[in-house]
Ligand binder design. Structure first.
Ligand code: AMP
Length: 133
């Protein structure tokens, strides 16, 4: 059974589509952080960034950057977050890959600061070593 995004891509349910090419579709998020908040979605139903190939992720980012500029020029966005939630633990709710393009305004307090931890230099070095291997 497909996700709601597959139904949007197939035009089985309505959405405010703002961009489309052979690889991705972009439409407005139904519950935006601010008006203009858009989702860039690959036409193929990859689950998330763990699953989607590099050329698809690259096109999502390319279109995300295009729409970010449009948010700035048409809606006066002062900043833009490009966010991808990958996995339920990272906040993913729709399991069809998507890039959020979120217009931001100075001091809008739209997101709380992410939790950060103090770590040792040894732990940083050991983690980098694991990731490099
Ligand atoms: P995520 O938590 O990254 O999986 O985000 C899923 C996003 O999809 C949320 O921001 C929802 O508001 C959005 N969303 C869910 N259903 C629809 C829909 N029918 N049309 C547009 N956006 C939707």
């Amino acid at each position: 059974m497909g996700t709601i995004f597959e139904k949007i891509i197939a035009r089985e349910i309505p959405a405010h589509i703002i961009y489309e090419d052979e690889m991705v579709v972009a439409f407005l998020d139904i519950k935006p952080v601010h008006l203009g908040h858009a989702l860039i979605v690959p036409k193929q139903p990859f689950v998330n960034a763990f699953d989607a190939p590099g050329d698809t992720l690259a096109q999502m980012m390319k279109v995300g950057s295009l729409i970010a500029k449009r948010l700035e020029t048409t809606l006066g966005a002062e900043g833009v977050n490009l966010i991808m939630n990958n996995g339920a633990a990272a906040g993913q709710e729709v399991f069809h890959a998507h890039l959020h393009v979120v217009p931001r305004y100075q001091d809008d307090q739209a997101f709380t600061s992410p939790h950060r931890t103090e770590v040792s230099a040894e732990d940083l070095a050991a983690t980098a070593e694991k990731l490099r291997a």
